[in-house]
Design a protein around this ligand. Structure first.
Ligand code: BG6
Ligand code: MG
Length: 218
């Protein structure tokens, strides 16, 4: 077994932006008269912006022109950008720094693996850019989660074999992506949702540093 690499999803794992994505989609759904609950929002987690809008329109049984589609994509993102504009380090989820600091101190390679095209500005706002050896986001990938592309690119950039990578994810699509890349999947959230994850924790406060030590084989 070789050197280990850690890959983190962003939204809902490192920062609580999943709630802002939900609020921005909910605003658009309300405008279009499409009922949209937090439960339905689970399907949007880890999924590209474009695919989210397709799902929303399918839910509402709406077929629209390409032009209208693009207008709503921009509208949702502008709304989302207003939420994230005010973000700062206080929105890093509890005990995430504990894990990132430990890995950094032990020189374990770390990557960000996110579907978001807003990943870099968010990481900048919360001051976490220096932790990551590489940032792979929605601007780099052509195939969205559950396709493993984003994590495979991250592993290649870390120069770590996929089977030696550990992925932290809050989305079912992300867990599926990690599993199909043959990586170790760690779910952050609800066990009832993240059924296919190898390990599940409600949040990082439940993660003991010894668990990280074992995963990293330090
Ligand atoms: C993922 C989120 O991280 O990024 C999804 O879980 C979101 O909910 C996706 O749709 C794309 O994000 P963005 O910022 O490019 O619209
Ligand atoms: Mg996520």
């Amino acid at each position: 077994m070789g050197k280990k690499g850690f890959i983190f999803d962003l939204d809902g794992v490192i920062v609580d932006t999943a709630k802002y994505h939900y609020l921005a989609w909910k605003n658009l759904a309300d405008e279009l008269g499409i009922p949209f609950t937090e439960e339905q929002n689970e399907q949007f987690k880890g999924v590209s912006r474009k695919r989210c809008l397709e799902i929303l329109l399918e839910m509402g049984g709406l077929e629209v022109s390409q032009e209208q589609f693009n207008t709503w994509l921009v509208e949702k993102n502008n709304d989302y950008l207003e939420y994230i504009e005010k973000m700062n380090a206080s929105e890093i989820l509890p005990d995430v720094p504990k894990v990132l600091n430990y890995l950094k101190q032990h020189h374990v390679p770390m990557a960000l693996g996110s579907a978001s095209k807003n990943a870099k500005p968010i990481l900048k706002k919360v001051g976490l850019i220096p932790y990551f050896n590489t940032i792979v986001d929605g601007t780099h990938v052509t195939k969205a989660k559950p396709d493993p592309e984003v994590f495979l690119i991250a592993a290649a950039e870390l120069k770590v074999a996929p089977e030696d990578c550990i992925v932290f994810e809050d989305a079912l699509a992300g867990i599926e992506a990690a599993n199909s890349a043959e990586m170790i999947s760690v779910g952050i959230g609800d066990r009832a949702v993240l059924t296919e994850a190898k390990y599940v924790f409600k949040d990082f406060t439940e993660i003991d540093i010894n668990f990280i030590k074992q995963l990293a084989q330090l």
